[in-house]
Design a protein around this ligand. Structure first.
Ligand code: GLP
Length: 241
């Protein structure tokens, strides 16, 4: 793992956007694995700025998002589809036909997981996977568990994740109880990964991710075994090391 320290959230966002922009420049038809949550919003803002300045081009870029809530339609403002559209896609020249997100409305969860895994495979795999970090060490929606999930799967969200994500909903009751997520195996098959982390509230978890034992109880710790993993974190998030 290569670790880059940023002063604060904005610098983390700029560094992350520079890494993604470099990937897009070197390979204009890259497959980008994208993430949601509050952490990548600044990174997407920086990418939009680079696009507006003519520095990057999304016309041949393909994307595959990490996860999606089960049971939320695309037009729900808390769906990850909506998030991606609002925070990135509608501001850049991406072809929406080249964007992929698990379909939260597919009732057959096994079929949806198999379909999504095939989509990623048919794209030739993910070139650069952007990741945020959950407070309990989750990546995508891979919650602490007794094993690492190999493939895209449908998970029951932990109470702490529902609690953390309820700020976006009217109440905790409205947070979906399940989600589709790329598996840890799916994430590990990405050619490179970029984990972005901000804030003192994640410091203890990030220390375990970077320097603790590799364990499915801290799902992101598996990234220690990824051959091309980069962490960009701000000083507050790195304060536990
Ligand atoms: C959600 C997402 C994750 C994200 C995590 C952290 O649960 N499924 O992909 O990394 O939250 O979110 P935040 O960046 O808002 O702290």
């Amino acid at each position: 793992m290569r670790i880059y320290r940023a002063k604060d959230y904005d610098e983390m966002s700029r560094k992350a956007a520079n890494i993604i922009a470099a990937q897009m420049t070197l390979k204009p038809d890259s497959v980008l694995g994208l993430a949601t949550g509050s952490t990548p919003i600044g990174t997407y803002r920086e990418l939009i700025a680079k696009y507006s300045q003519g520095d990057i081009d999304f016309s041949r870029i393909k994307t595959a998002n990490l996860d999606e809530y089960r049971g939320l339609p695309r037009e729900n403002d808390q769906s990850y589809y909506y998030f991606m559209y609002e925070n990135l896609f509608r501001h850049v020249n991406i072809d929406m036909a080249n964007t992929n997100i698990p379909n939260g409305m597919e009732p057959d969860s096994d079929a949806e997981c198999a379909r999504y895994e095939k989509v990623i495979e048919s794209l030739g795999g993910v070139d650069l996977q952007l990741l945020g970090l959950g407070h309990n060490g989750h990546i995508g929606f891979n919650e602490p568990a007794d094993h690492f999930a190999r493939m895209t799967n449908c998970v029951n969200l932990q109470a702490s994740t529902i609690e953390a994500n309820k700020r976006f909903f009217e109440s905790a009751d409205q947070v979906p109880k399940q989600a589709y997520t790329m598996g840890i195996g799916t994430i590990m098959r990405a050619k490179s990964v970029l984990l972005i982390v901000s804030g003192a509230d994640k410091a203890e978890t990030l220390a375990k991710v970077i320097a603790g034992p590799v364990t499915p109880q801290v799902p992101a710790s598996i990234l220690q075994f990824h051959p091309n993993a980069v962490v960009v974190a701000d000083e507050a998030a790195l304060s536990g090391l």
